[in-house]
Design a protein around this ligand. Structure first.
Ligand SMILES: Nc1ncnc2c1ncn2[C@@H]1O[C@H](COP(=O)(O)OP(=O)(O)OP(=O)(O)O)[C@@H](O)[C@H]1O
Length: 266
């Protein structure tokens, strides 16, 4: 029998309560359990308020759970750490720093020597296609370029895990599709473990090897849908009937969570 491989990230019955405006408590996340393998790319979809960001914030160590725990490499998360890079929808770049200095920032904090910082930053700036803009300030970049800069900055500190909360949510459809391919390309070369929240069902299927569907009231795991398409993903796959069937399956799980699953049509 093959030995059990420990998951990279394990959510173990993670719950989170918050105080409602009237002073009562409500459950934003109810006993959420999920194991993510090392090097895996999972996406998380679900209706607004189902606890996606809460689950991710707990894994990032930005907020504690009310119950259960998150393990990274078998150790309980007690706060943020350099093993987990977080990318939000708002690019959170330093406006007074150039693209290069933004990407170097985390390495500077880590006390890495100047020449190394420069080499690492240039590698990731190149990987996201921003080399011609290395000396540009964020205000001169488009939304897609800012997000690519944020991705390069997250990769530069070499986190084993990338936690991405709707990173492409504010972008137009065309830019989004380009960034999806770029992200997958970077992922296939660097092989980090990625957990990626999105509202876009098509994006969820295109990127992931498994789509985690959550349901609301209370926020909880609904189902996990395996995407049996090989990498690299291509436009041909995106336009295939198999892709459409997968997308429809995820769509039904998100928008009709109480309906029993229908038989696949193809
Ligand atoms: N700090 C907080 N204090 C009180 N309530 C909170 C807090 N953070 C989140 N919530 C509530 O917890 C629930 C889950 O929020 P969360 O942001 O995790 O959902 P989500 O699935 O990421 O939503 P969206 O898709 O709209 O971003 C929501 O009802 C939200 O209002």
């Amino acid at each position: 029998m093959a030995p059990e491989v420990a998951p990279k990230i394990a959510f173990e019955a993670v719950s989170r309560d918050f105080a409602a405006p009237d002073g009562s408590r409500f459950t934003a996340l109810d006993r959420f359990s999920l194991a993510v393998a090392d090097g895996e790319f999972v996406t998380v979809v679900g209706p607004s308020g189902c606890g996606k960001s809460t689950a991710m914030a707990i894994a990032a160590g930005l907020t504690p759970p009310s119950g259960g725990r998150v393990l990274v490499d078998g150790r309980a998360v007690r706060g943020p750490g350099p093993d987990r890079g977080v990318i939000f929808q708002q690019y959170a770049l330093f406006p007074w720093l150039t693209v290069r200095r933004n990407v170097e920032f985390g390495l500077e904090i880590a006390g890495r020597p100047r020449a190394e910082r420069r080499a690492v930053a240039d590698h990731f700036i190149d990987l996201v296609g921003l080399t011609p803009f290395a000396e540009a300030l964020p205000k001169t970049l488009s939304g897609g370029m800012k997000q690519r800069c944020a991705i390069a900055r997250a990769y530069a500190v070499n986190p084993a895990i990338l936690l991405m909360d709707e990173p492409f949510g504010a972008l137009d459809a065309l830019t989004r599709v380009g960034l999806q391919d770029q992200l997958l390309d970077t992922w296939s070369r660097e092989r980090r473990t990625v957990m990626f929240i999105t509202h876009d069902v098509e994006e969820a299927v295109y990127l992931a090897s498994r789509v985690v569907v959550m349901a609301a009231r209370p926020g909880r795991l609904h189902s996990v849908i395996a995407v049996d398409l090989p990498y690299p993903r291509t436009e041909e796959m995106r336009l295939s009937s198999h892709f459409a069937a997968l997308r429809n399956r995820v769509w039904r799980a998100v928008y009709h969570p109480d309906r029993p699953e229908e038989a696949p049509t193809c």
